[in-house]
Design a binder for this molecule. Structure first.
Ligand SMILES: NC(=O)C1=CN([C@@H]2O[C@H](COP(=O)(O)OP(=O)(O)OC[C@H]3O[C@@H](n4cnc5c(N)ncnc54)[C@H](OP(=O)(O)O)[C@@H]3O)[C@@H](O)[C@H]2O)C=CC1
Ligand SMILES: O=C(CO)COP(=O)(O)O
Length: 311
């Protein structure tokens, strides 16, 4: 990347998040060429002309797009991944999925944090983190992509950043259930506190750092997502508490809800590694129809007593 401030960005995905990032960054003088599945096959020159590729697609979109792009990726063009989830088939984070399709030398970065698209579209301020093993690149992009309403920090813990951004969606579903059942502020705070500990089990278990858990992608995004009706995962939990079937709840939301599949993936990881993830496990029971929301809460309350240090 040269010294020019305006970047040529190829943006993959024109959903709520992609459109929001496009509006923010084009407003800062970057040139954005976006692509959506609705446009048909990916134009061959889209990547070739870009200095940065931004992927703002849902988890479900990564594999098909990765397959389409394999073999067409210019070696040194970095990919900034903005998806939040754990893939259920491969139990992998977004960049772990992308890496399977990209040349090994392509630098990968992650954008995550409390960034409800609706608020950013209204010009409200937020902070987020740009994470990469490539500190030089993260610092360069931090400078170029930070703007008046999106202030970017950096860290060098992409795995921890992705795990935190994925698992907070599960906790947002659980918080929606708790609030939907009118369990009160104590219950929500207790759930989020224990939820943060649970996110920490996965984050550290997969090699992330504890400081990331308490940063923007961890505690920051948990606070935003699990307390706001702007969050689709939180609203999904509210619908479950009302007694809606998961499929009907997703249909009513009418947009991506990553928490349900990520909950199942987290339970899959827990089985693989021998971790205890009680909140994820109860969310999965509700999703499978093997517990009603109230029964899931009761099961959490009746677990064996333990030290706060244990999940
Ligand atoms: N909305 C938000 O506030 C934020 C969302 N995110 C994350 O960004 C990702 C995208 O979310 P968002 O844009 O809000 O979701 P939307 O439901 O608004 O849009 C879905 C996005 O996924 C893309 N996609 C590609 N392939 C598929 C597929 N096979 N199935 C479904 N969708 C596909 C769509 O691309 P196309 O344009 O081709 O239709 C579109 O960009 C999610 O992982 C989400 O967690 C992260 C931060 C904030
Ligand atoms: O990730 C988000 C906010 O940071 C968006 O959350 P939802 O996908 O639950 O709407």
């Amino acid at each position: 990347m040269g010294l020019r401030l305006g970047l040529r960005i190829a943006l993959l995905g024109r959903g709520a998040w992609g459109e929001t990032l496009a509006a923010l960054w084009s407003g800062q003088g970057h040139s954005i060429r976006s692509w959506s599945r609705r446009d048909g096959p990916l134009p061959p020159d889209l990547l070739a002309e870009a200095e940065l590729v931004v992927a703002a697609v849902s988890m479900a979109g990564i594999e098909p797009i990765g397959l389409q792009l394999a073999g067409h990726w210019p070696d040194a063009i970095p990919l900034l991944s903005c998806s939040k989830g754990i893939d259920l088939d491969r139990l992998a984070t977004p960049t772990q999925l992308w890496r399977r399709h990209l040349p090994p030398q392509v630098p990968l970065l992650v954008l995550s944090g409390p960034n409800l698209a609706t608020e950013l579209r209204r010009g409200l301020p937020a902070a987020s983190v740009l994470s990469s093993d490539r500190a030089d690149l993260a610092a360069d992009l931090q400078l170029r992509l930070s703007g008046p309403s999106l202030r970017l920090y950096t860290n060098d813990d992409p795995v921890g950043t992705e795990v935190a951004g994925a698992l907070k969606n599960v906790m947002a579903v659980a918080a929606g259930i708790s609030d939907g059942l009118s369990l009160g502020a104590n219950a929500r705070a207790s759930l989020l506190c224990r939820g943060l500990a649970e996110i920490g089990v996965v984050l550290e278990g997969l090699g992330g750092r504890c400081s990331t858990l308490y940063g923007l992608a961890g505690l920051g995004d948990l606070l935003a997502t699990a307390t706001s009706e702007l969050s689709r995962n939180y609203r999904f939990g509210l619908f479950l508490a009302e007694g809606l079937e998961p499929a009907e709840a997703e249909r009513r939301i009418g947009a991506t809800v990553e928490g349900p599949r990520t909950a199942r993936a987290a339970v899959g990881l827990a089985q693989r590694h021998g971790w205890s993830l009680p909140i994820c496990a109860q969310v999965v029971r509700v999703l499978q129809g093997s517990a009603l929301p109230r029964e899931a809460v009761q099961a959490l309350m009746e677990r064996d007593l333990r030290s706060e240090r244990q999940p």
